[in-house]
Design a protein around this ligand. Structure first.
Ligand code: GCV
Length: 714
């Protein structure tokens, strides 16, 4: 009773006093506001039973009870150790009839994390069964069932089987030990290291619930620009405290391993991966970690990239480094995620090509418990990138996907940009590997090459802001990562639809309009920032706003001018055989399509070609005219988003309506800034007018060049 009162008070407080501050994410569980549906659900769902009081099912039945009680607006009793509820949850070991009902092979197919939700007849009444082979499956089934109710789906005759396509579904936090977050735009790190391990913030539990609800089963707590201190005894105690909160929700903890840790905290003279002392140090360190965290997941490593230490400091290669760590982790079942985001300070080679050049020759040389973590595109999380050429090029090595949820290059936590269309554009790309053609999704889910290890990670956009992600719509990108890692074939429209219904409301006028805004938002952002395949033309260091003119960075490939190559002849980076020949890294069918200026998709054109200003695009207009059209259409479309959002005023709470309204107004100003700054700058090369009929930039290029942002977050 006491606990129940607490929940009621919690719900009351968050709705009435705090209002809709976004803290509850997509797990709001407000009482269903459709009277007929509410009555139907209430009649059907009168009790939950769990045949075992096995503590490992506790998260599932707690969530189901909290969720149902909120959604139905009345307490739904939970009965332990009986089997007569209208919802029954459990494992075949508790409910032996599941074996015959579902069949052994279907059950086996569920693996450790899959679930079934099925309407069955028992004792003359309909019962909804939520079952899995293992506790994790029941947990995911409970969340799935709650999603059905939150999105107002019929539940009379359920027959759902679901298993994740990708094994490791992770968030990567770029969180530092001093609680700053690299490229974080939503406040400080949520890990309160100072007060850990003694103080368990409610946020950790809610973070775990949110992740479990979308199938995320691992979290890398620390920045890839790593600090070795996290591997010391007192910090491992803090990590262990977090791990014990997350365990109940099937979430494993991973850490970033600083390659030079044996020197920095181990007092060794070297970190050479072939040195026996170094190998022993990592083995002992790993054993120590497992003493603290018996189900520790493993290490994520950024090595020999952007100044980070790595095996190349000792004339060894990435496989030598990864394998040394893999050997230390293997006895415990841990894995290494070794990042392919490498490019060297010294190399004059097109940065696009460097990861492929370093990793492709190592295919087949990594231990079984190593995955190579590859960013979705070859440069760095730009608004649009072609798929990374490593996908499909390393058949003997499991490659995992790295997306970026935090919007480093996409307007920070200020711009409304729904990223699922970007994610699926890459997943659905045909790599043409092995001739017959496999999509990127089939490479990373392991099916193309028969790998059992598979993974997808998103660089987290989470911080201490009350709504977690800064922009209320940033939550949708966290949500999408989980949903698409579970099932990469989900359509962005479906993911958006269910997120909107759970996060805001099921009202059709709202759902339809906001879904349209979300689905269009990524292309709109591409249009006002980097249309037609422009890339990496943002402000130096902080990456805020446009600076296509910038050429003062200490290294060439940090300068926008390196990437757009504007001159009086045209615009874009020639990566065909007459240029850097990066296209040779793709399979022939991809290369042929992209290297022909007439068959290259126009939205990737300037990634691969230096295109004359008067080049006729497929519309019959010139490159310059089309560039102008795109930039102007981007701004116009932000104004369309604003008008559409304004119509939503009476359909949702005032708090979130106003937040988004204000953010859209800034987005509009910044879109104008991007458009004007970029067109005025490129115009100095094209020497052509902005077509008649378009509003003229109201500021000069010099004005834009003089803007400075010393305190922009980065
Ligand atoms: C964590 C980009 C970002 C860096 C980031 C790096 C990486 O360069 O700007 O902040 O470092 O990518 O992914 O390692």
């Amino acid at each position: 009773m006491k606990k129940w009162t607490g929940i009621i008070i919690g719900i009351f407080l968050s709705v009435s006093v705090l209002g809709e501050n976004g803290y509850r994410l997509w797990l709001r569980y407000n009482t269903i506001d459709n009277a007929a549906l509410l009555q139907q659900y209430r009649q059907q769902l009168t009790s939950i039973s769990c045949p075992s009081d096995n503590g490992r099912l506790i998260a599932a039945h707690e969530e189901l009870q909290t969720g149902l009680s909120g959604l139905l607006g009345k307490k739904v009793p939970l009965q332990m150790a009986v089997i007569n509820g209208t919802i029954m949850m459990g494992l075949p070991s508790h409910l032996p009839f599941i074996r015959t009902l579902v069949g052994e092979s279907t059950l086996a197919g569920l693996g450790n994390e899959g679930f079934i939700i099925r309407t069955i007849r028992r004792d003359g009444k309909n019962v909804i069964l939520i079952a899995g082979n293992k506790e994790a499956g029941v947990l995911y089934g409970a969340f799935h069932f709650l999603r059905l109710l939150q999105t107002h789906q019929p539940i009379q005759q359920l027959n759902i089987i679901s298993t994740p396509k990708i094994q490791l579904r992770l968030l990567n936090h770029w969180d530092n030990l001093n609680r700053t977050v690299e490229r974080g735009y939503a406040g400080n790190s949520i890990w309160d290291w100072q007060r850990l391990p003694g103080y368990i913030d409610q946020r950790y539990i809610d973070y775990a619930r949110a992740n479990a609800s979308i199938g995320i089963n691992g979290t890398v707590l620390t920045n890839v620009n790593a600090n070795a201190m996290i591997l010391t005894e007192s910090w491992l105690q803090k990590v262990a405290a977090l791990a014990s909160v997350f365990r109940k929700y099937n979430i494993k903890v991973y850490l970033t391993a600083r390659f030079s840790a044996p020197v920095e905290i181990g007092k060794l003279k070297t970190a050479d991966p072939l040195d026996p002392e170094v190998q022993r140090w990592w083995k002992e360190k790993t054993n120590e970690i497992y003493r603290h965290i018996p189900d520790f997941g493993g290490f994520l490593v950024k090595a020999n990239s952007e100044g980070q230490p790595g095996p190349q400091n000792y004339q060894r290669n990435h496989a030598d480094g990864a394998n040394m760590l893999a050997d230390a982790l293997a006895p415990h079942g841990g894995i290494v995620m070794w990042r392919a985001f490498v490019y060297s300070n010294e190399s004059p080679e097109d940065r696009f090509k460097q990861a492929y050049n370093e990793f492709k020759p190592l295919d087949g040389q990594f231990r079984k418990n190593v995955l190579i973590q590859v960013k979705n595109g070859p440069i760095d999380f730009q608004p649009r990138e072609p798929f990374h050429p490593l996908f499909g090029a390393m058949p003997k090595t499991p490659l995992m996907m790295e997306y970026q949820l935090t919007q480093e290059y996409m307007g920070f936590a200020t711009h409304l940009v729904y990223l699922a269309p970007l994610f699926t554009e890459v997943l659905n790309a045909d790599t043409h590997s092995k001739g017959s053609g496999y999509t990127v999704a089939e490479i990373i889910d392991g099916s193309a090459d028969g790998h059992s290890l598979s993974g997808m990670a998103g660089v987290s956009n989470i911080g201490s802001d009350i709504n977690w992600t800064g922009h209320p719509f940033g939550q949708s990108n966290w949500y999408s990562l989980g949903r698409l890692a579970w099932e990469p074939s989900l359509a962005p429209a479906q993911v958006a639809n269910e997120w909107i219904r759970q996060t805001f409301t099921n009202k059709k006028a709202f759902v339809d309009t906001v879904q349209q805004i979300m689905l269009a938002s990524r292309e709109i952002m591409v249009n006002y920032m980097t249309p037609l395949g422009l890339h990496h033309i943002m402000g130096y260091g902080h990456h805020y706003g446009p600076a296509p003119w910038y050429d003062k960075a200490p290294r060439a490939d940090w300068n926008p001018v390196y990437f757009h190559k504007a001159d009086s002849a045209g615009l874009g980076f020639n990566r065909t055989a007459t240029g850097s020949n990066a296209l040779a890294q793709y399979q022939p069918a991809v290369r042929q399509q992209y290297e022909n200026i007439n068959t290259c998709p126009e939205d990737l054109l300037l990634w691969f070609h230096h295109v004359p200003w008067d080049h006729k695009m497929r519309s019959g207009k010139t490159l310059w005219e089309t560039l102008c059209d795109k930039y102007y259409s981007g701004v116009d479309s932000v104004r369309w988003m604003q008008r559409s959002w304004d119509r939503m005023k009476d359909l949702i709470d005032a708090e979130r309506f106003n937040e988004v309204k204000q953010l859209l107004a800034i987005q509009e100003q910044e879109a104008v800034w991007w458009r004007n700054a970029c067109l005025l700058y490129f115009q100095t090369f094209s020497r052509r007018p902005i077509p008649a009929g378009y509003e003229k930039p109201d500021k000069t290029l010099d004005y834009y060049k003089a803007l400075s942002f010393p305190y922009a977050p980065h």
